[in-house]
Design a binder for this molecule. Structure first.
Ligand code: ZN
Length: 333
């Protein structure tokens, strides 16, 4: 630990205890229709949330405090100042890290909530993988009348991105290399996150096989790969190789934001395989504005990021993509 006094940290901590948001009142009293919609969306059929003695699901706590799309955030000057101080110190990035709720008594239809939020704590300076900065915790207290019914703590990390400088340097170097070779250097595609649960899928892709997981208990197919079966909860599985036939079930055209390895606009498709499961992938073989729902497509494997020279040690990336069949561009099933 550094013994250097963290002046910024000391200054930030003077904001502890100050209001983060102006006091507010719930837009609607706790009510049955919102509870019913919530339960439907969550698939929660607990009988405690219906009927004449219904209570609201505790996890709805924050819902009763939300301003809706037209609502304002109610941030205080103190909270804005705290952010300005962090921005000025180079901590310009922000990521929400976690939230924590505490339920002191159930809410019931008819309860009218009020709430306020306070800057509860600012951490010491921390260095994380993302960069160096400060965790800021705000706490919202939710009340009915004078009773505290629940609290909602929300923690963010406001930080100076670690690798920005390094990345800029790399990019500059890559560009110089590119110029020397007479072509524009290209950013590499993001690599898949391979873990124990999906390693088999990526091993299949390496071998130019698109493997679909199959529950050995109930035979339900699933994609993307998961540790268990959504239909029966079974943990045992094997795989079937996709035939490669499919159709565009849905798609989006990406215009923004730009990612270094991609040239917008491009189409991202949700492909329904002949076997019935769907996979997100690129649609190739037609311009982005010719992709349509129902287009028949066929699987192929493409290699990206071929090594550019002796200094480039990372191997190419093999990905499944879906090609619109020649002569079938206008065929919409
Ligand atoms: Zn199953």
């Amino acid at each position: 630990m550094s013994t250097v006094v963290d002046e910024l940290g000391a200054r930030l901590r003077t904001y502890e205890g100050r209001a983060a948001a102006v006091a507010g009142r719930g837009r609607d009293p706790v009510n049955e229709p919102m509870i019913r919609h919530w339960c439907e969306a969550m698939g929660d059929t607990d009988p405690a949330y219906a009927g004449p003695d219904a209570v609201a699901p505790p996890t709805m706590l924050q819902a009763w405090t939300m301003g809706g799309l037209s609502g304002h955030t109610g941030r205080t000057e103190a909270y804005d100042e705290l952010f300005d101080l962090l921005d000025a110190a180079g901590c310009t990035s922000v990521v929400a890290t976690d939230c924590e709720q505490e339920y002191l008594r159930p809410l019931r239809p008819g309860d009218e909530v009020t709430f306020d939020a306070v800057i509860e704590s600012v951490s010491d300076r921390k260095t994380t993988k993302l960069g160096t900065g400060y965790f800021v915790t705000t706490r919202m207290d939710v009340r009915v009348g004078l009773d505290l019914v629940g609290t909602h703590r929300f923690r963010i990390l406001k930080y100076a991105p670690a690798r920005q400088k390094e990345k800029a340097k790399e990019k500059e170097e890559a560009n110089r290399e590119g110029k020397r070779e007479g072509k524009g250097a290209r950013a590499r595609r993001p690599r898949p996150v391979v873990n124990r649960d999906n390693a088999g899928f990526w091993e299949g892709v390496e071998q130019h096989q698109l493997l679909i997981q199959r529950c050995t208990n109930c035979e339900t197919l699933r994609h993307p790969w998961l540790p268990g079966c959504n239909a029966c909860g079974g943990l045992d599985w094997d795989t079937v190789e996709a035939s490669g036939e499919g159709t565009v079930y849905s798609y989006v055209v990406m215009h923004h934001p730009p990612f270094p390895a991609f040239d917008p606009p491009y189409a991202v498709g949700l492909i329904e395989l002949a076997e019935g499961v769907r996979i997100v992938s690129n649609v190739v073989g037609v311009p982005y504005d010719k992709v349509r729902i129902g287009l028949p497509v066929r699987l192929e494997f493409r290699r990206y990021d071929e090594p550019q020279g002796s200094g480039d040690e990372a191997g190419p990336l093999v990905l499944p993509v879906f090609r619109v069949q020649e002569g079938r561009e206008d065929e919409v099933g």
